[in-house]
Design a protein around this ligand. Sequence first.
Ligand SMILES: Cc1ncc(COP(=O)(O)O)c(C=O)c1O
Length: 397
Amino acid sequence: MKVSNRVAEMQFSPIRRFNTFAFEAEAEGKTVYRLNIGQPDIETPSVFKEAIDNFDNKVIAYAESGGVIELIDAMIDYMSKMHNMHYERKNILITNGGSEAIISTFTAILNPGDEVLMAEPFYTNYSTFCNQVSGKIVPLTTSAEDGFDWAKRDLIEAAITEKTKAICSISPGNPTGRVLSKEDMKLIADIAIKHDLWIISDEVYREFVYDGAEAGSFGQLKEIEDRVILIDSVSKRFSACGARIGAIISKNEEFMEAILKLAQGRLCVATLEQVGAAALYRLDKSYYDEVRTEYENRRDAAYEELSKIPGIVCQKPAGAFYMTAKLPVNDIEDFLMFLLKEFDDNGETVMFAPAAGFYATEGLGADELRIAYVLTPDKMRRACELIKLGLEAYKKK
Ligand SMILES: Cc1ncc(COP(=O)(O)O)c(C=O)c1O
């Protein structure tokens, strides 16, 4: 017996693949600063648990397949008050995290062999999600040197074929921290109209935009409202990764009907978590301001410290909580193994995600790392200092 070719060809997540070695280092008594995974340490707002505690139905019944109405209404208010985007209940469907929102979107719009354009490096699980429905991600290659910019007409149009169905954007970006400007979005919208493509816009980091910039959204562009699909999630916004609540938001009724069919097949999303998430979406604007400031401080600490590494290529990320940087090494995985197995400074070492797994093009990213700045500024400084010290020791090896 064999597993399907589709699954056999998939990769293990580069974000989680090295965890075993981190556990081994910890078992030896080392402290490992984990910058490999986007799991924030910020407390989930207490309203989440309070709302669940106040839930007094005697039966935890199935919810509606499209989601609990109080959560959908809370999202409608949040979109309108915070981002000047106006939706009705029929435009929003609650999913098991942003992850299910992406899988369902691909299932709903792709036939086998259809292509989705996406800037690489990209959030690695997109490959897994697209392979699941036998679709293909066509990468638009960007580089650390040019700040991972992909909003270029030539680059995008050169990749369009008759199989292209969608342009997929992650902004603010994981793993690069790149944020599309309003002009960038208009350019991409224009290309999508010209070639009749969907725009899948993953905005799970929507509020994480720094230096006083305003978070834009493809959902704000009237001229493409029938072709935009927003992917959303509470995971990062409210530091509630384990709640597994996401959403698909679109004004295209045919698309939303297709999504509802898929949603009915999996019955519903966890009822109690939806009740908790509804309370999160009722939080005041000050919550977002506070969290944004904290991440901005973490970014500044990480960037300042990483910039001290001779030969590093990295630019200050404008959003999300990731940074992809090029180091003067040939094989970043080998360097990571060295950090986990052979190196420590006062009993401490550090872990990041090798960036190769975020590229679809074979061979790219071999000298790049991705860090998630999900620790306090002091810890970020120390973790980045450990990368620098580790590199010095590695070079001497
Ligand atoms: C860009 C992006 N989209 C989607 C997800 C999936 O998030 P979740 O399924 O936890 O909502 C992640 C998780 O890291 C992400 O970085």
